[in-house]
Design a binder for this molecule. Structure first.
Ligand code: ADP
Length: 487
Protein backbone atom coordinates (compact mmCIF):
# COMPACT_ATOMS: atom_id res chain seq x y z
CA UNK A 1 0.00 0.00 0.00
CA UNK A 2 1.30 3.49 -0.79
CA UNK A 3 1.90 5.75 2.19
CA UNK A 4 -0.53 8.60 2.84
CA UNK A 5 1.01 12.00 2.14
CA UNK A 6 1.39 15.05 4.37
CA UNK A 7 0.47 18.06 2.25
CA UNK A 8 0.77 21.71 3.23
CA UNK A 9 -1.78 23.53 1.04
CA UNK A 10 -0.90 27.24 0.98
CA UNK A 11 -3.47 29.69 -0.35
CA UNK A 12 -4.56 33.30 -0.08
CA UNK A 13 -8.24 32.38 0.27
CA UNK A 14 -10.41 29.42 1.23
CA UNK A 15 -14.19 29.07 1.40
CA UNK A 16 -16.22 29.50 3.49
CA UNK A 17 -13.97 31.88 5.45
CA UNK A 18 -12.55 34.10 2.71
CA UNK A 19 -13.72 34.01 -0.88
CA UNK A 20 -13.28 36.37 -3.80
CA UNK A 21 -13.37 33.78 -6.57
CA UNK A 22 -12.95 30.18 -7.64
CA UNK A 23 -9.63 29.71 -5.80
CA UNK A 24 -11.52 29.78 -2.50
CA UNK A 25 -13.90 27.04 -3.60
CA UNK A 26 -11.01 24.87 -4.78
CA UNK A 27 -9.15 25.50 -1.51
CA UNK A 28 -12.11 24.13 0.40
CA UNK A 29 -12.94 21.18 -1.81
CA UNK A 30 -9.56 19.80 -2.88
CA UNK A 31 -8.07 19.53 0.65
CA UNK A 32 -11.31 17.89 1.72
CA UNK A 33 -11.13 15.38 -1.13
CA UNK A 34 -7.45 14.65 -0.34
CA UNK A 35 -8.28 14.00 3.31
CA UNK A 36 -11.17 11.74 2.30
CA UNK A 37 -8.54 9.69 0.43
CA UNK A 38 -6.55 9.34 3.67
CA UNK A 39 -3.93 12.06 3.09
CA UNK A 40 -3.05 14.55 5.82
CA UNK A 41 -3.70 17.78 3.93
CA UNK A 42 -3.63 21.00 5.95
CA UNK A 43 -4.52 24.44 4.64
CA UNK A 44 -2.51 27.57 5.49
CA UNK A 45 -3.66 31.13 4.83
CA UNK A 46 -3.34 34.58 6.40
CA UNK A 47 -5.45 35.32 9.50
CA UNK A 48 -7.49 38.06 7.82
CA UNK A 49 -9.51 40.40 10.01
CA UNK A 50 -12.68 39.34 8.19
CA UNK A 51 -12.38 35.76 9.46
CA UNK A 52 -14.90 35.35 12.29
CA UNK A 53 -13.27 35.13 15.71
CA UNK A 54 -14.85 31.72 16.27
CA UNK A 55 -12.57 30.34 13.54
CA UNK A 56 -9.28 31.80 14.75
CA UNK A 57 -8.33 28.86 16.99
CA UNK A 58 -5.42 28.80 19.40
CA UNK A 59 -1.96 30.23 18.85
CA UNK A 60 0.28 27.19 18.46
CA UNK A 61 3.64 28.66 17.44
CA UNK A 62 5.44 31.95 17.06
CA UNK A 63 7.08 32.78 13.74
CA UNK A 64 9.68 35.20 12.53
CA UNK A 65 10.60 36.38 9.05
CA UNK A 66 13.82 38.21 8.30
CA UNK A 67 12.74 40.49 5.46
CA UNK A 68 14.37 43.93 5.05
CA UNK A 69 13.48 44.17 8.72
CA UNK A 70 12.72 41.34 11.13
CA UNK A 71 8.99 40.73 11.52
CA UNK A 72 7.16 38.56 14.00
CA UNK A 73 3.84 36.78 13.74
CA UNK A 74 2.13 33.69 15.07
CA UNK A 75 0.53 30.53 13.75
CA UNK A 76 -2.96 29.71 14.90
CA UNK A 77 -4.45 26.27 14.49
CA UNK A 78 -8.07 26.08 13.47
CA UNK A 79 -10.26 24.09 11.12
CA UNK A 80 -12.06 24.96 7.87
CA UNK A 81 -15.73 25.18 8.91
CA UNK A 82 -17.84 22.43 7.42
CA UNK A 83 -14.80 20.47 6.25
CA UNK A 84 -12.66 18.29 8.44
CA UNK A 85 -9.53 20.14 7.29
CA UNK A 86 -6.95 21.52 9.74
CA UNK A 87 -6.21 25.15 9.10
CA UNK A 88 -3.10 27.16 9.95
CA UNK A 89 -3.75 30.89 10.13
CA UNK A 90 -0.75 33.19 9.92
CA UNK A 91 -1.40 36.08 12.26
CA UNK A 92 0.09 39.50 11.75
CA UNK A 93 -2.39 42.19 12.57
CA UNK A 94 -0.79 45.09 10.70
CA UNK A 95 -0.67 43.11 7.44
CA UNK A 96 -3.78 40.99 7.64
CA UNK A 97 -6.16 42.49 10.18
CA UNK A 98 -7.95 44.45 7.46
CA UNK A 99 -11.41 44.44 5.96
CA UNK A 100 -10.50 42.73 2.69
CA UNK A 101 -7.87 40.15 1.72
CA UNK A 102 -6.45 42.17 -1.18
CA UNK A 103 -7.69 45.76 -1.14
CA UNK A 104 -10.58 48.09 -0.43
CA UNK A 105 -12.99 49.51 -3.03
CA UNK A 106 -11.37 47.61 -5.89
CA UNK A 107 -7.91 49.06 -5.17
CA UNK A 108 -5.11 46.70 -4.22
CA UNK A 109 -3.37 47.48 -0.92
CA UNK A 110 -0.06 49.19 -1.73
CA UNK A 111 1.91 46.72 0.41
CA UNK A 112 0.60 43.53 -1.25
CA UNK A 113 4.03 42.32 -2.26
CA UNK A 114 5.52 42.53 1.23
CA UNK A 115 2.37 41.16 2.88
CA UNK A 116 2.39 37.98 0.85
CA UNK A 117 6.16 37.49 0.82
CA UNK A 118 6.06 37.84 4.60
CA UNK A 119 3.20 35.31 4.70
CA UNK A 120 5.33 32.81 2.75
CA UNK A 121 8.54 33.21 4.75
CA UNK A 122 6.86 33.39 8.15
CA UNK A 123 4.89 30.25 7.34
CA UNK A 124 8.08 28.36 6.51
CA UNK A 125 9.44 29.44 9.88
CA UNK A 126 6.30 28.72 11.86
CA UNK A 127 4.89 25.46 10.49
CA UNK A 128 7.79 23.23 11.66
CA UNK A 129 7.48 24.83 15.11
CA UNK A 130 3.96 23.37 15.36
CA UNK A 131 5.56 19.93 15.34
CA UNK A 132 4.22 18.94 11.91
CA UNK A 133 6.35 18.63 8.78
CA UNK A 134 4.74 18.09 5.38
CA UNK A 135 6.09 15.86 2.59
CA UNK A 136 5.19 18.46 -0.01
CA UNK A 137 4.13 22.12 -0.19
CA UNK A 138 1.29 22.90 -2.57
CA UNK A 139 1.28 26.60 -3.56
CA UNK A 140 -1.51 28.47 -5.34
CA UNK A 141 -1.15 31.56 -7.52
CA UNK A 142 1.30 34.44 -7.14
CA UNK A 143 0.50 35.16 -3.49
CA UNK A 144 2.28 31.96 -2.52
CA UNK A 145 4.82 31.86 -5.36
CA UNK A 146 7.69 33.04 -3.15
CA UNK A 147 7.63 29.72 -1.27
CA UNK A 148 9.35 27.63 -3.98
CA UNK A 149 11.91 30.44 -4.34
CA UNK A 150 12.60 30.60 -0.59
CA UNK A 151 12.90 26.81 -0.43
CA UNK A 152 15.40 26.69 -3.29
CA UNK A 153 17.45 29.67 -2.09
CA UNK A 154 17.24 30.82 1.51
CA UNK A 155 16.24 27.40 2.85
CA UNK A 156 18.86 25.43 0.95
CA UNK A 157 20.43 24.15 4.19
CA UNK A 158 17.29 24.23 6.32
CA UNK A 159 16.78 21.04 8.35
CA UNK A 160 13.13 20.76 7.25
CA UNK A 161 12.80 22.61 3.97
CA UNK A 162 16.02 21.74 2.11
CA UNK A 163 15.02 19.84 -1.04
CA UNK A 164 11.35 19.91 -0.06
CA UNK A 165 9.25 19.35 -3.22
CA UNK A 166 6.76 22.04 -4.18
CA UNK A 167 3.83 22.21 -6.58
CA UNK A 168 2.79 25.53 -8.05
CA UNK A 169 -0.81 25.63 -9.23
CA UNK A 170 -1.80 28.38 -11.63
CA UNK A 171 -5.42 29.37 -11.18
CA UNK A 172 -5.09 32.39 -13.44
CA UNK A 173 -2.13 33.61 -15.52
CA UNK A 174 -3.58 37.12 -15.61
CA UNK A 175 -2.57 37.82 -12.01
CA UNK A 176 1.19 37.61 -11.68
CA UNK A 177 2.18 39.78 -8.73
CA UNK A 178 4.12 42.32 -10.76
CA UNK A 179 5.71 45.18 -8.81
CA UNK A 180 8.40 47.82 -9.09
CA UNK A 181 11.97 46.58 -8.70
CA UNK A 182 12.48 49.16 -5.94
CA UNK A 183 10.45 46.83 -3.72
CA UNK A 184 12.91 43.95 -4.10
CA UNK A 185 14.20 44.32 -0.49
CA UNK A 186 10.62 43.85 0.72
CA UNK A 187 10.41 40.36 -0.82
CA UNK A 188 12.99 38.75 1.45
CA UNK A 189 14.63 37.36 -1.70
CA UNK A 190 18.14 38.40 -2.66
CA UNK A 191 18.99 40.91 -5.41
CA UNK A 192 20.93 38.12 -7.15
CA UNK A 193 17.51 36.73 -8.17
CA UNK A 194 16.60 39.98 -9.89
CA UNK A 195 17.76 38.81 -13.32
CA UNK A 196 15.82 37.80 -16.45
CA UNK A 197 16.48 34.16 -15.58
CA UNK A 198 14.62 34.48 -12.30
CA UNK A 199 12.31 37.24 -11.02
CA UNK A 200 13.01 40.14 -13.32
CA UNK A 201 10.34 40.86 -15.91
CA UNK A 202 10.65 43.94 -18.13
CA UNK A 203 12.39 45.76 -15.30
CA UNK A 204 9.82 44.75 -12.67
CA UNK A 205 9.55 41.99 -10.10
CA UNK A 206 7.26 39.19 -11.24
CA UNK A 207 6.45 36.85 -8.37
CA UNK A 208 4.57 34.29 -10.41
CA UNK A 209 7.76 33.82 -12.40
CA UNK A 210 9.46 32.74 -9.16
CA UNK A 211 6.83 30.05 -8.71
CA UNK A 212 7.18 28.89 -12.31
CA UNK A 213 10.95 28.67 -12.15
CA UNK A 214 11.50 27.21 -8.70
CA UNK A 215 8.56 24.82 -8.22
CA UNK A 216 9.25 21.11 -8.67
CA UNK A 217 6.08 20.69 -10.75
CA UNK A 218 3.52 23.07 -12.18
CA UNK A 219 -0.10 22.53 -12.95
CA UNK A 220 -3.04 24.53 -14.04
CA UNK A 221 -6.71 23.90 -13.69
CA UNK A 222 -7.73 22.43 -17.05
CA UNK A 223 -6.00 20.53 -19.80
CA UNK A 224 -6.84 23.08 -22.52
CA UNK A 225 -5.59 26.01 -20.40
CA UNK A 226 -2.35 24.13 -19.66
CA UNK A 227 -1.69 24.25 -23.41
CA UNK A 228 -3.00 27.79 -23.98
CA UNK A 229 -0.71 29.29 -21.32
CA UNK A 230 2.30 28.03 -23.23
CA UNK A 231 1.25 30.23 -26.15
CA UNK A 232 0.33 33.88 -26.53
CA UNK A 233 -3.36 32.93 -26.31
CA UNK A 234 -3.20 32.90 -22.51
CA UNK A 235 0.46 33.13 -21.51
CA UNK A 236 0.16 36.78 -20.47
CA UNK A 237 3.82 37.31 -21.34
CA UNK A 238 5.10 34.28 -19.42
CA UNK A 239 4.48 31.71 -22.16
CA UNK A 240 8.20 31.66 -22.96
CA UNK A 241 9.06 30.87 -19.33
CA UNK A 242 6.39 28.19 -19.29
CA UNK A 243 7.72 26.58 -22.46
CA UNK A 244 11.06 26.04 -20.71
CA UNK A 245 9.15 23.85 -18.24
CA UNK A 246 6.83 22.01 -20.62
CA UNK A 247 7.69 18.57 -19.31
CA UNK A 248 6.78 19.60 -15.76
CA UNK A 249 3.38 21.16 -16.61
CA UNK A 250 0.09 19.32 -16.46
CA UNK A 251 -3.58 20.28 -16.55
CA UNK A 252 -5.85 18.97 -13.79
CA UNK A 253 -9.47 20.08 -14.01
CA UNK A 254 -11.15 21.51 -10.96
CA UNK A 255 -14.13 19.64 -9.60
CA UNK A 256 -17.23 20.75 -7.76
CA UNK A 257 -17.89 20.31 -4.07
CA UNK A 258 -21.18 18.49 -4.47
CA UNK A 259 -22.14 18.86 -0.82
CA UNK A 260 -22.27 22.65 -1.33
CA UNK A 261 -23.41 22.74 -4.94
CA UNK A 262 -26.27 20.30 -5.25
CA UNK A 263 -29.79 21.53 -6.11
CA UNK A 264 -31.32 18.43 -4.49
CA UNK A 265 -30.17 19.46 -0.99
CA UNK A 266 -29.17 23.13 -1.30
CA UNK A 267 -30.74 25.09 1.58
CA UNK A 268 -30.06 28.44 -0.07
CA UNK A 269 -32.60 27.91 -2.85
CA UNK A 270 -36.38 28.15 -2.38
CA UNK A 271 -37.16 24.66 -3.75
CA UNK A 272 -34.98 21.64 -4.33
CA UNK A 273 -34.91 19.65 -7.57
CA UNK A 274 -32.87 17.08 -9.42
CA UNK A 275 -32.29 15.86 -12.95
CA UNK A 276 -35.32 13.55 -13.05
CA UNK A 277 -37.73 16.05 -11.46
CA UNK A 278 -37.03 19.68 -12.22
CA UNK A 279 -40.38 21.05 -11.07
CA UNK A 280 -38.63 22.83 -8.17
CA UNK A 281 -36.66 24.81 -10.73
CA UNK A 282 -39.83 26.61 -11.83
CA UNK A 283 -40.36 27.71 -8.23
CA UNK A 284 -36.75 28.91 -8.07
CA UNK A 285 -37.24 30.91 -11.27
CA UNK A 286 -40.41 32.62 -10.03
CA UNK A 287 -38.82 33.39 -6.65
CA UNK A 288 -35.73 34.80 -8.34
CA UNK A 289 -37.91 37.07 -10.47
CA UNK A 290 -39.80 38.21 -7.37
CA UNK A 291 -36.64 38.77 -5.33
CA UNK A 292 -35.17 40.89 -8.09
CA UNK A 293 -38.46 42.66 -8.83
CA UNK A 294 -38.70 41.36 -12.36
CA UNK A 295 -42.09 40.40 -13.83
CA UNK A 296 -42.89 36.75 -13.07
CA UNK A 297 -43.27 35.47 -16.63
CA UNK A 298 -42.20 32.51 -18.73
CA UNK A 299 -39.61 34.57 -20.56
CA UNK A 300 -36.22 32.80 -20.59
CA UNK A 301 -33.97 34.07 -17.81
CA UNK A 302 -30.27 34.44 -18.55
CA UNK A 303 -28.00 34.50 -15.50
CA UNK A 304 -24.44 35.56 -14.71
CA UNK A 305 -22.49 35.44 -11.43
CA UNK A 306 -19.09 36.83 -12.10
CA UNK A 307 -16.21 39.11 -11.39
CA UNK A 308 -16.79 42.10 -13.67
CA UNK A 309 -13.39 42.14 -15.33
CA UNK A 310 -11.97 42.18 -18.82
CA UNK A 311 -11.04 38.49 -18.88
CA UNK A 312 -14.65 37.53 -18.29
CA UNK A 313 -15.66 39.17 -21.58
CA UNK A 314 -17.98 41.70 -19.95
CA UNK A 315 -17.30 44.06 -22.86
CA UNK A 316 -18.61 41.43 -25.28
CA UNK A 317 -21.73 41.07 -23.18
CA UNK A 318 -22.18 44.85 -23.20
CA UNK A 319 -21.86 45.07 -26.95
CA UNK A 320 -24.52 42.35 -27.40
CA UNK A 321 -26.85 43.57 -24.65
CA UNK A 322 -29.23 45.67 -26.69
CA UNK A 323 -29.68 42.93 -29.24
CA UNK A 324 -30.40 40.42 -26.45
CA UNK A 325 -32.73 42.60 -24.42
CA UNK A 326 -34.84 43.66 -27.37
CA UNK A 327 -36.14 40.09 -27.32
CA UNK A 328 -38.55 38.57 -24.84
CA UNK A 329 -35.92 37.66 -22.26
CA UNK A 330 -34.72 38.63 -18.80
CA UNK A 331 -31.12 39.02 -17.72
CA UNK A 332 -29.83 38.82 -14.17
CA UNK A 333 -26.23 39.76 -13.35
CA UNK A 334 -24.59 39.43 -9.95
CA UNK A 335 -21.04 40.70 -9.79
CA UNK A 336 -18.51 43.24 -8.79
CA UNK A 337 -15.30 44.49 -10.29
CA UNK A 338 -14.14 47.26 -12.58
CA UNK A 339 -16.02 50.54 -12.27
CA UNK A 340 -16.47 50.90 -16.02
CA UNK A 341 -18.25 47.58 -16.28
CA UNK A 342 -20.31 48.15 -13.13
CA UNK A 343 -21.45 51.55 -14.45
CA UNK A 344 -22.18 50.32 -17.97
CA UNK A 345 -24.28 47.45 -16.66
CA UNK A 346 -26.21 49.76 -14.35
CA UNK A 347 -26.91 52.08 -17.28
CA UNK A 348 -28.17 49.14 -19.34
CA UNK A 349 -30.42 48.12 -16.45
CA UNK A 350 -31.95 51.61 -16.52
CA UNK A 351 -32.49 51.34 -20.30
CA UNK A 352 -34.33 48.03 -19.98
CA UNK A 353 -36.62 48.27 -16.94
CA UNK A 354 -38.34 45.00 -16.10
CA UNK A 355 -35.91 43.06 -18.25
CA UNK A 356 -32.57 43.33 -16.59
CA UNK A 357 -31.40 43.34 -12.99
CA UNK A 358 -27.81 44.05 -11.97
CA UNK A 359 -26.87 43.32 -8.37
CA UNK A 360 -23.48 44.78 -7.58
CA UNK A 361 -21.53 43.20 -4.76
CA UNK A 362 -20.87 39.75 -3.46
CA UNK A 363 -23.78 37.56 -2.38
CA UNK A 364 -23.32 33.82 -1.96
CA UNK A 365 -27.02 33.09 -1.41
CA UNK A 366 -28.16 35.07 -4.44
CA UNK A 367 -25.47 33.29 -6.49
CA UNK A 368 -27.03 29.90 -5.68
CA UNK A 369 -30.49 31.33 -6.46
CA UNK A 370 -29.35 32.60 -9.85
CA UNK A 371 -27.87 29.24 -10.85
CA UNK A 372 -31.13 27.58 -9.73
CA UNK A 373 -33.56 30.14 -11.14
CA UNK A 374 -32.06 30.91 -14.54
CA UNK A 375 -32.68 29.00 -17.76
CA UNK A 376 -29.37 29.89 -19.42
CA UNK A 377 -26.02 30.97 -18.08
CA UNK A 378 -23.76 33.33 -20.03
CA UNK A 379 -19.98 33.00 -19.86
CA UNK A 380 -18.33 34.86 -22.76
CA UNK A 381 -14.87 34.75 -21.09
CA UNK A 382 -11.90 35.75 -23.25
CA UNK A 383 -9.89 33.10 -21.45
CA UNK A 384 -10.99 30.86 -18.61
CA UNK A 385 -8.49 28.72 -16.69
CA UNK A 386 -11.16 26.25 -15.60
CA UNK A 387 -14.29 28.09 -14.57
CA UNK A 388 -16.51 26.79 -11.83
CA UNK A 389 -19.59 28.84 -12.63
CA UNK A 390 -20.44 26.94 -15.81
CA UNK A 391 -20.24 23.68 -13.85
CA UNK A 392 -22.50 25.01 -11.09
CA UNK A 393 -24.89 26.29 -13.77
CA UNK A 394 -25.06 22.88 -15.46
CA UNK A 395 -25.66 21.06 -12.17
CA UNK A 396 -28.49 23.52 -11.43
CA UNK A 397 -30.03 23.03 -14.88
CA UNK A 398 -29.05 26.41 -16.29
CA UNK A 399 -27.75 25.76 -19.79
CA UNK A 400 -24.37 27.45 -20.30
CA UNK A 401 -23.59 29.60 -23.34
CA UNK A 402 -19.79 29.81 -23.37
CA UNK A 403 -16.74 30.77 -25.40
CA UNK A 404 -14.63 27.76 -26.38
CA UNK A 405 -11.58 28.49 -24.25
CA UNK A 406 -9.68 26.87 -21.38
CA UNK A 407 -11.82 24.88 -18.99
CA UNK A 408 -15.01 25.97 -20.75
CA UNK A 409 -13.86 24.02 -23.81
CA UNK A 410 -13.21 20.98 -21.62
CA UNK A 411 -16.47 20.99 -19.65
CA UNK A 412 -19.27 22.23 -21.93
CA UNK A 413 -20.27 20.23 -25.01
CA UNK A 414 -22.09 22.08 -27.76
CA UNK A 415 -25.63 21.13 -28.71
CA UNK A 416 -24.49 20.18 -32.22
CA UNK A 417 -26.53 17.59 -34.08
CA UNK A 418 -23.89 14.93 -33.43
CA UNK A 419 -23.57 15.71 -29.72
CA UNK A 420 -27.34 15.82 -29.25
CA UNK A 421 -27.71 12.48 -31.03
CA UNK A 422 -24.97 10.99 -28.84
CA UNK A 423 -26.58 12.46 -25.69
CA UNK A 424 -23.34 14.35 -25.05
CA UNK A 425 -24.56 17.92 -25.46
CA UNK A 426 -24.66 20.11 -22.35
CA UNK A 427 -24.70 23.69 -23.64
CA UNK A 428 -23.83 26.15 -26.39
CA UNK A 429 -20.22 26.79 -27.31
CA UNK A 430 -19.00 29.53 -29.66
CA UNK A 431 -15.55 29.24 -31.16
CA UNK A 432 -14.60 32.75 -32.18
CA UNK A 433 -14.73 35.47 -29.54
CA UNK A 434 -16.92 37.91 -31.47
CA UNK A 435 -20.27 39.65 -31.23
CA UNK A 436 -21.61 37.71 -34.13
CA UNK A 437 -20.65 34.31 -32.72
CA UNK A 438 -22.03 35.15 -29.27
CA UNK A 439 -25.28 36.46 -30.71
CA UNK A 440 -25.68 33.38 -32.91
CA UNK A 441 -25.24 31.16 -29.89
CA UNK A 442 -27.83 33.11 -27.91
CA UNK A 443 -30.20 32.80 -30.86
CA UNK A 444 -29.68 29.02 -30.85
CA UNK A 445 -30.38 28.94 -27.11
CA UNK A 446 -33.60 30.91 -27.58
CA UNK A 447 -34.71 28.59 -30.36
CA UNK A 448 -34.19 25.62 -28.07
CA UNK A 449 -36.26 27.33 -25.41
CA UNK A 450 -39.24 27.07 -27.75
CA UNK A 451 -38.83 23.29 -27.94
CA UNK A 452 -39.57 22.15 -24.36
CA UNK A 453 -38.74 18.50 -24.91
CA UNK A 454 -35.35 19.21 -26.38
CA UNK A 455 -34.67 21.79 -23.68
CA UNK A 456 -35.58 19.25 -20.99
CA UNK A 457 -33.28 16.64 -22.53
CA UNK A 458 -30.35 19.06 -22.69
CA UNK A 459 -31.02 20.18 -19.14
CA UNK A 460 -31.10 16.58 -17.93
CA UNK A 461 -27.78 15.87 -19.63
CA UNK A 462 -26.19 18.99 -18.13
CA UNK A 463 -27.49 18.18 -14.66
CA UNK A 464 -26.19 14.61 -14.86
CA UNK A 465 -22.57 15.58 -15.43
CA UNK A 466 -20.09 14.16 -12.94
CA UNK A 467 -17.80 16.95 -11.76
CA UNK A 468 -16.87 15.33 -8.46
CA UNK A 469 -13.40 16.01 -7.08
CA UNK A 470 -12.36 12.39 -6.70
CA UNK A 471 -10.74 11.95 -10.10
CA UNK A 472 -8.91 15.28 -9.97
CA UNK A 473 -7.72 14.67 -6.41
CA UNK A 474 -6.22 11.39 -7.61
CA UNK A 475 -4.37 13.23 -10.37
CA UNK A 476 -2.97 15.67 -7.78
CA UNK A 477 -1.74 12.77 -5.66
CA UNK A 478 0.06 11.33 -8.70
CA UNK A 479 1.65 14.73 -9.31
CA UNK A 480 2.70 15.01 -5.64
CA UNK A 481 4.32 11.59 -5.82
CA UNK A 482 6.19 12.49 -9.01
CA UNK A 483 7.49 15.67 -7.36
CA UNK A 484 8.54 13.79 -4.24
CA UNK A 485 10.40 11.27 -6.38
CA UNK A 486 12.27 14.12 -8.15
CA UNK A 487 12.14 17.31 -6.05
P1 ADP B 1 -13.02 33.10 -11.12
O1 ADP B 1 -12.31 32.23 -10.13
O2 ADP B 1 -12.20 33.51 -12.29
O3 ADP B 1 -13.70 34.27 -10.49
P2 ADP B 1 -14.81 30.82 -11.45
O4 ADP B 1 -15.96 30.55 -12.35
O5 ADP B 1 -13.75 29.78 -11.41
O6 ADP B 1 -14.22 32.25 -11.79
O7 ADP B 1 -15.35 30.95 -9.95
C1 ADP B 1 -16.13 32.02 -9.57
C2 ADP B 1 -16.75 31.68 -8.22
O8 ADP B 1 -17.04 32.90 -7.55
C3 ADP B 1 -18.05 30.93 -8.34
O9 ADP B 1 -18.23 30.19 -7.13
C4 ADP B 1 -19.07 32.08 -8.42
O10 ADP B 1 -20.35 31.64 -8.06
C5 ADP B 1 -18.47 33.02 -7.41
N1 ADP B 1 -18.78 34.44 -7.58
C6 ADP B 1 -18.25 35.32 -8.47
N2 ADP B 1 -18.75 36.54 -8.29
C7 ADP B 1 -19.64 36.44 -7.27
C8 ADP B 1 -20.51 37.38 -6.61
N3 ADP B 1 -20.53 38.65 -6.97
N4 ADP B 1 -21.28 36.93 -5.60
C9 ADP B 1 -21.24 35.62 -5.24
N5 ADP B 1 -20.46 34.70 -5.82
C10 ADP B 1 -19.66 35.11 -6.81
Amino acid sequence: MTEPLKILYVTSEAAPLVKTGGLADVSYALPRALRAMGHDCRVAMPAYGIIPESSWGEQVAPCTAHMDVTLHGAIRRSVLPGADVPLYLLEHNAYFGRTHPYGDYGHEYPDSLERFCFFCLALLDGVPRTGWVPDIVHCHDWHTAAIPAFIKTRCIDHPVWANKPTIFTIHNMAYQGRYSSTLMPKTGLGWELFTPRYLEYYGDINLMKAGLIFASKINTVSVTYSKEIQTDVAGHGLDGVLRTRTKDIVGIANGVDTATWNPAIDKRIPANFHSTDTSGKKVCKAELQKTLELPVTDAPVFGMVTRLVWDKGIDLLLSCLDDLLRRNVQLVVLGSGDDVFENALKQAEARFPGKMRVQLGYDETLAHQIYAGSDFYLMPSRTEPCGLSQMYAMLYGSIPVVHRTGGLADTVFDASTANVAGNKATGFVFASWSERAFQNMIARALKLYEEPEKLAALRRAAMSQDFSWERSANEYVNLFREAIAQP
